[in-house]
Design a protein around this ligand. Sequence first.
Ligand code: PMP
Length: 348
Amino acid sequence: MSIEKLMRANIASLDPYRCARDEFEGVAEVYLDANESWRRYIDFPGDINRYPDPRSALLRKAIEEVLGLDYDMTIVGNGSDEIIDLLFRIFCDPGKDSALLMGPTYGAYKVFASINDIKVNIAPLTKDFEVDVPLVKKMIDETSPKLVFLCTPNNPTGNAIPYEIIKEIATYNSGITVVDEAYWDFSTEKSASALVKENERVVLMRTLSKAWGLASARIGIAMCSKPIHEAMYNVKYPYNIGLPSSTEALKALANAAAVREGVEYTKLERERLRGLLEKSSKVVKVYPSDSNFLLVKVLDANSIYLALQKKGIVVRNRSRELNCENCLRITVGSKEENDKLMKALEEL
Ligand code: PMP
């Protein structure tokens, strides 16, 4: 089936919004096309009084150089959350289509599905939080999902999905396979970026919110084939990435060595924190992690969660997620932050 046939019919035939700058390449002498202010009232290193580039071209060039994701295949979103929402809006007919998730996984997939009135089916992960490939294939056969989400490393379990499994599912699935690599920088698993070039039904997602330290700038990235790229460009808000955000993102991408050093520090801290947690009398199990957080089974998640909160320490209570009874998800902080957590835990 062609990619266009998988899309909502109204999206495949959309007459998209275009601005004058879509029809103009280069730098003009005078811009009188967008009813902007001719002057600025604040100091900013750039044209803050102008609308930003709808294509985020400079940012995408830096993303290609630093992250190795091809310029022609990338779209930048207001966080990868925007990309997820776009995928539902492009591919899923409300009240009719479905998506397939592995469970437990990132909660926003389900929320965006609900907002778009899309049914969600869940293929539970095994007890070790591995993807149950035969079950996923069976559910693909039975439910014909428009979107299959594979989160690797997975939130909240922390483990990565082996590349070969992603490839196997993406090849089997005749709908769209979305590979969410939000935490990829912390893992050693091969990226699915190569797969996007082999299989036009695969969409890769990355974000600058985690390893790159830019959660507040809201920069998510999709890498996808031409027809999906075109639809995403047409459906996203025309000026979805503000100049302040792209300016700061360019600075971070120019500072990749510091980011890589930070990632190494976080990985070392992750393993130190694991060691400390494993010695705690309140901890039952610390799950393996390829990300910047640990899923930790404790004696009583609800009471420990609230007691830590009272001491000013906020972790994520995941105990109501599928197969996560009594589990807390703990982000790896700085050494000082992790030590404060451990001190508070021992004082309970
Ligand atoms: N994917 C996963 C797996 C996440 O955990 C998150 C945020 N917690 C996101 C996507 C969204 O990230 P953002 O919108 O900040 O890019």
